[in-house]
Design a protein around this ligand. Structure first.
Ligand code: PEP
Ligand code: MG
Length: 588
């Protein structure tokens, strides 16, 4: 039985299920009678519990070593734990209602969770898990029933839960927990980000998987594609063991790999870059040997900016990434909030069609003052000389003009303040909609480069929500309508002397690599874990064969036929390549 969710952290794991019972944040009410002394001692118990939890969280934070995101998340939990308003409310509930501390904590925090839950901003809604996490820990300390389940594990397991508390995730050891799968969770939850930082494969947002899994069921967790298989067949086990071994081999190989450039079979150097979201990924990327950062997604910054935009927070991160990658280029993409990503503020109303709504530069242009903070920080980091700036989701030339005007304004401001920046910093846009493709000739005069975001381009071309499993079989980046647009974009860019990259997930699909090379794109930018695979694919392709396949694909009727075409070429040269049969087998 296969379930599709959100691939939250890369890797493959196979193992027995361990179902974690997630307790609701509830506790029985006990009356203290009318003794003021009893109420005072409940308050003291509550304060002691807070100190004990503080101590535990600090220990977990210390054990995270240099996993910076982990420490930041725990710092946030600590802030929540010591929030004076919450503390005051618990204490006045104890005194006012003459009730036990456990009950006062549970009612107070459920009230906070309810408030968070109705917020339009998914970022705030995801903080509900943090409140629950802190509340549960305090209640466990108070009632002495501390949850030990995770610590008692003897054999490595796949953890199955409705949701995982961030501090529980932080306490997971990669050897003890093979992977985790959850009903809830999104790409941007603290738990998901931590899983990536800890290198534990994870699939989240599986909706009702907890009701389908029994203890000790064997699970395959494919954190690359977001698949979970319950009690797999022998064939599935064999296939995923191979993929898992290969993934592991690739990881090991990477540690020893000569970080040389990507070369085609006929010796042509091909530019290969990495997509990152967290600054610590730079260290991994550098071991792999890439030509730069082709896409630095900055939405995660929203996580550490609890109190609103802060120019120095932005700057410190951009500056670190730019200096560590120097002299290789780093393309920093401005915020792409909205759609399925973080929302910007508490006031943003729910939208019927978020992917067609208030997203990316649409928000930036609507709130130029906030947006300028990010632009200032990027410009300040540009002094290194290797920073490039990229705007996502540009659909109208007017937007592009306004974006350039805003950038100019910020540049003038920096000049008048005597703050240095690179005047020649390259500025580009993402091509993510058919409108951008069809009007690209009008936009190119304003930019130095473009990068094709095939994730959104596929979604908007085929009118298929990229995150909706019900229509996932229609989502196909090999569809002729998508391939023809890629061809058009490359031709247009080259006719005006502009370089063009691809940074959507298509760039990391082994069967797409020969095609994209054949279309003539100048750079592929892929998730760090996929770099070895893509390098290997580049190495088995000759430029002539790639061009021939790309040309042919433009006249094929279906995406499947194109994949079969590339597959028949690749399999002769790279017989050990592992691909999902459904990806290329006609009728498969
Ligand atoms: C894309 O749309 O292909 C892309 C790279 O951007 P994101 O996935 O962040 O929307
Ligand atoms: Mg996109």
């Amino acid at each position: 039985m296969l379930f599709k969710g959100i691939p939250a952290s890369h890797g493959i794991a196979i193992g027995p299920a361990f179902l974690l019972k997630v307790e609701e944040l509830r506790h029985a009410k006990r009356s203290l009678g009318s003794s003021a002394a009893a109420a005072d001692s409940e308050v003291v118990r509550f304060q002691n519990a807070i100190s004990a939890v503080k101590h535990d969280l600090e220990n977990i934070a210390d054990s995270m070593g240099d996993v910076v995101e982990g420490r930041q998340i725990l710092e946030f939990l600590l802030l929540l734990l010591q929030d004076p308003t919450i503390k005051k409310e618990v204490e006045s509930t104890i005194h006012g209602g003459m009730v036990n501390a456990e009950y006062a904590v549970s009612t107070t925090l459920r009230g906070v969770m309810e408030k968070f839950n109705v917020m339009a901003d998914p970022y705030i809604r995801e903080r509900v898990a943090d409140v629950k996490d802190v509340g549960r820990r305090v209640i466990e300390k108070l009632s002495g029933t501390e949850k030990e389940a995770l610590k008692k594990l003897e054999k490595p397991v796949v953890l199955v839960a409705k949701d995982l508390d961030p501090s529980e995730t932080a306490g997971l050891k990669p050897g003890q927990v093979l992977a985790f799968v959850t009903d809830m969770g999104g790409r941007t939850s603290h738990t998901t980000i931590l899983a990536r930082a800890l290198g534990i494969p994870a699939v989240v947002g599986l909706q009702k998987i907890t009701s389908q899994i029994n203890p000790r069921d064997i699970l395959i967790v494919d954190g690359i594609h977001g698949h979970v298989i319950i009690n797999p067949t022998k064939k599935e086990l064999k296939y995923y063991r191979e993929i898992g071994d290969r993934f592991q081999e690739a990881e090991n190989l990477l540690k020893r790999m000569n970080p040389g450039p990507a070369l085609t079979e006929d010796g042509v150097r091909f530019e290969l870059a990495a997509n990152i979201e967290l600054p610590h990924e730079v260290a991994i990327v550098k071991q792999f040997g890439v030509d730069g950062i082709g896409l630095f997604r900055t939405e995660f910054l929203r996580l550490i900016q609890e109190k609103g935009e802060n120019e120095n927070d932005h700057f410190n991160i951009y500056d670190k990434v730019a200096s560590e990658m120097h002299p290789k280029p780093v393309i920093i993409r401005t915020y792409d909030m909205g759609g399925d990503k973080f929302r910007t503020g508490l006031d943003s109303a729910r939208e019927a069609n978020p992917f067609l709504g208030y997203r990316a530069v649409r928000i930036g242009l609507d709130r130029p003052e906030e947006f300028s903070i990010q632009l200032r920080a990027i410009l300040r980091a540009s002094v290194h000389g290797n920073v490039r700036l990229m705007f996502p989701m540009v659909t109208h030339v007017e937007q592009l003009r306004r974006l350039k005007d805003l950038l100019n304004l910020v540049q003038n401001e920096l000049t008048s303040q005597g703050i240095p920046f690179n005047r020649d910093m390259q500025v580009g846009i993402m091509v993510e909609t058919p409108a951008t493709v069809l009007a690209l000739d009008l936009m190119l005069p304003y930019v130095d480069f473009v990068s094709i975001g095939t994730n959104d381009l596929t979604q908007y071309t085929l009118a298929v929500d990229r995150g909706n499993p019900k229509v996932a079989d229609l989502y196909d980046s090999f569809h002729p309508a998508v391939l023809r647009q890629i061809d058009t974009v490359v031709r247009l860019c080259h006719s005006q002397g502009k370089w063009v990259g691809v940074c959507g997930s298509m760039a990391g699909n082994p069967l797409a690599v020969p095609l994209l090379i054949g279309f003539g794109v100048d750079e592929l930018s892929v998730a760090p874990a996929l770099i070895p695979d893509v390098k290997k694919m580049i190495a088995v392709v000759t430029i002539d064969a790639a061009r021939e396949m790309a040309e042919k694909s433009l006249s094929l009727e279906t995406g499947l036929r194109t994949r079969a075409l590339v597959h028949s070429y690749v399999i002769g040269k790279y017989p050990e390549i592992l691909l999902d049969e459904n990806d290329w087998k006609p009728g498969g």
